[in-house]
Design a protein around this ligand. Structure first.
Ligand code: AOF
Ligand code: ZN
Length: 311
């Protein structure tokens, strides 16, 4: 028979995903309260600055004394936008707390567990730990590595080119299928920012919005190392940093938790040769270009996360 702790923690992870795109730079967190073998309340962190998952679950009507609370992140112990979740858990008479991941936030980092244990609550840690880390990979990367989570993305032709050769003129070409395009816009809603280089900016004047998918808009960022651009819209972030490391520091300082790098070739190459990236996503076109600008190549050993979307 399935372990009930595992089942309820899976439910927490499932609930937590409902906050995707809305809670950053906070983590995705879900919470389930179980009493006498039944779920008596649930909640998730719905929006940045609003209640945490535990608070949403525990502020519903009900008598939670003696219950077990499942949550995929260590309950917080600090006064932030809201009071500490650990205090509310104690106040509501929860007897046992089951968690998935420790909170790396220095304001919490073990203090949540200490508070609960000091109040006599039984604490179980690290249930489905890997699943939780995967779910909150953006949050953990940002907290632990002090940089945004990085997705490199490009579209390439069936024969491996990103763009036709310049001799073909500046005619508009479109590689992705409509379905891939919608997927691309879905991806845009999932990250905090989209980064392009000045060459792409000058050539395409892209809007970098997620128009074909419902969800939050990412922050457009243009990297203009040579200071060539003077018409960057005021709601864009215009960076003139020289290296990948400096660019990431600038994004980190602005609390940008994740970024999707959409080209062009130079900027993708800079990230690939620095070795600092977390995912690569390639939209493979049904079309052949027969020549032109070759798509980037990635060292196979460095890619733990490669997704190729066929047409
Ligand atoms: C929890 N439950 O649902 C979340 C937690 O700015 P604040 O006040 O919302 O605090 C954000 C920090 O709280 C965040 O960095 C992380 O350490 C923790 N998030 N904790 O107990 C939750 N979202
Ligand atoms: Zn909290």
């Amino acid at each position: 028979m399935e372990d009930p702790d595992v089942k309820y923690m899976q439910r927490c992870l499932q609930l937590s995903v409902c906050g995707l795109g809305r809670v950053r730079p906070n983590p995705l967190v879900g919470c389930v309260v179980v009493k006498d073998g039944r779920i008596v309340s649930e909640g998730f962190h719905q929006e940045y600055g609003h209640n945490h998952a535990e608070r949403n679950a525990l502020l519903r009507d009900g008598d939670f004394r003696g219950a077990t609370l499942y949550v995929n992140l260590e309950p917080c112990s600090h006064y932030g936008n809201t009071p500490p979740c650990a205090d509310l858990i104690i106040e509501k008479g929860i007897r046992r707390v089951v968690c998935c991941n420790d909170d790396p936030n220095p304001l919490v980092a073990g203090n949540g567990f200490r508070k609960l244990e000091a109040a006599g609550i039984e604490v179980v840690r690290h249930l489905l730990e890997e699943e939780g880390r995967e779910l909150n990979r953006r949050f953990f990367t940002f907290m632990e590595r002090r940089r945004p989570y990085i997705v490199l993305k490009w579209a390439e032709s069936n024969d491996g080119f990103m763009a036709p050769s310049p001799s073909e003129g500046n005619a508009r070409y479109w590689l992705s299928t409509q379905k891939q395009n919608r997927l691309n816009h879905c991806w845009r809603t999932e990250e905090a920012a989209i980064l392009i280089g000045s060459e792409t900016y000058l050539r395409d004047h892209p809007s970098l919005t997620a128009r074909h998918y419902l969800g939050p808009q990412p922050q457009p960022v243009v990297l203009d190392r040579r200071g060539r651009l003077n018409d960057v819209p005021s709601n864009w972030l215009h960076l003139q940093t020289a290296t990948v490391e400096e660019t990431l520091t600038a994004l980190y300082e602005r609390k940008i938790q994740s970024v999707i790098v959409e080209g062009g070739r130079q900027i993708l190459d800079a990230f690939i040769s620095s070795g600092i990236y977390d995912e690569v996503r390639i939209l493979r076109s049904p079309l052949n270009l027969g020549g032109g600008l070759k798509a980037p190549s990635i060292p196979p050993v460095a890619v733990s996360r490669l997704l190729v979307v066929e047409p």
